[in-house]
Design a protein around this ligand. Structure first.
Ligand SMILES: NS(=O)(=O)c1c(F)c(F)c(S(=O)(=O)CCO)c(N[C@H]2CCCc3ccccc32)c1F
Ligand SMILES: [Zn+2]
Length: 263
């Protein structure tokens, strides 16, 4: 498809020209403002299966020009939703090396340092993520907000290889690890709403689950993430730093955000 960026002439305000859904309804991310929230006591804790990958397995870590992406085996899945949603990949959104925040979802206007997304597809109904990506019940994404603080040993299991994928389309194999360690300790407190991909083609096909509790990265981990990569390929003469890869919050369009917690 047409190239798109986060700033400039191909930035988010221009996406709808080539990707019409980006100008449509049910877009993500959104700002979780208190008046939008509705406590839903029947929301069960999120349950994930087969996230504890064996260490002798390898995963593909890649720079897709928009984010750092870790491929995930489809035997990993979410078991607490009406259909089985199998894992496809995880990626992150972040701010700039000068520590400007870069999460996509915000809470009462507060933007967090970064945000991690684990993308799953409805494997009860579709054979792979590409077939699911434009279906209204196609995707379920787990969102984890990130704050700067304690060193995060789990994220380091792949972040330490990031200098091997500095340029667009570079990819390397990294040892697998327990992906559950990337999630917050408690999985029973989260925001839940119907939304979209936050990148073109912006299909309104995502059941969003954003955990209430952030995880932390150390300042060194954050700066490595925010300064190591380029959105340009190694052949291109002018390297374009890859940071600030977050979409701004979209209109809630009187959508209700269900929350599994009351305070
Ligand atoms: N924030 S977000 O909405 O979760 C989100 C991203 F932000 C994001 F950059 C990506 S991308 O890295 O593929 C770059 C461009 O789509 C995805 N990819 C998804 C949807 C598109 C097709 C596809 C195919 C295979 C695996 C994953 C995906 C994405 F879902
Ligand atoms: Zn994302």
């Amino acid at each position: 498809g047409a190239k798109w960026t986060y700033t400039g002439p191909d930035g988010e305000h221009h996406w709808a020209k080539h990707y019409p859904f980006c100008g449509g309804a049910f877009q993500s991310p959104i700002d979780f403002q208190t008046p939008l929230l509705r406590y839903e006591p029947n929301l069960p804790p999120v349950e994930v299966r087969n996230y504890n990958l064996s260490l002798n397995e390898q995963l593909t870590l890649s720079n897709n020009g928009h984010s750092v992406q870790l491929s995930l085996p489809s035997r990993m899945f979410i078991s607490s939703l009406p259909h089985r949603y199998s894992a496809a990949q995880l990626h992150l959104h972040w701010g700039s090396p000068s520590l400007l925040p870069g999460s996509e979802h915000t809470v009462n206007g507060k933007q967090f340092a970064a945000e991690m997304h684990i993308v799953h597809f409805n494997s009860d109904k579709y054979p792979n993520v590409s077939m699911a990506v434009d279906k209204s019940d196609g995707l379920a994404v787990l969102g984890v907000l990130v704050e700067v603080g304690e060193f995060n040993p789990a994220i380091d299991r792949f972040l330490k290889y990031i200098n091997g994928i500095k340029y667009k389309d570079q990819r390397i194999q990294v040892p697998a690890f327990n992906i559950r360690d990337l999630l917050p300790a408690i999985l029973d407190q989260y925001y839940r709403y119907d939304g979209s991909l936050t990148t073109p083609p912006c299909y309104p096909s995502v059941l969003w689950t954003v955990f209430r509790n952030p995880v932390t990265f150390s300042i060194q981990q954050f700066q490595a993430l925010a300064s190591a990569m380029y959105s340009s390929s190694v052949q291109e003469s002018a390297p374009v730093p890859l940071n600030g890869n977050y979409r701004k919050p979209q209109l809630a369009d009187n959508r209700v955000v269900l929350v599994s917690f009351q305070d």
